[in-house]
Write a new protein. Structure first.
Length: 77
């Protein structure tokens, strides 16, 4: 997985989160420019943390316990 993959994931996550936060601000009824910039900042930071943790797990090869494929050992009688 190259840099393009991670960049596209970051852009996708941050844009979706920005849309969600913007809709929340507009639903409150008082969406100013500062509120929109705050939503943008929060979406960029939160997406960076989310994608950064995914990248760290990918680089360290930390497997999911449920996805590891290890089956429990069955005792024979």
């Amino acid at each position: 997985m190259g840099a393009g993959f991670w960049i596209s994931r970051y852009l996708l996550a941050s844009s979706i989160l920005f849309i969600i936060l913007t809709v929340v601000e507009y639903s409150k009824g008082s969406a100013s420019q500062a509120d929109i910039l705050s939503a943008l900042a929060w979406s960029l930071v939160a997406s960076a943390i989310f994608i950064g943790s995914k990248y760290w797990r990918y680089r360290k090869a930390v497997a999911c316990a449920m996805c590891s494929g290890d089956k429990p050992k069955v005792k024979s009688r």
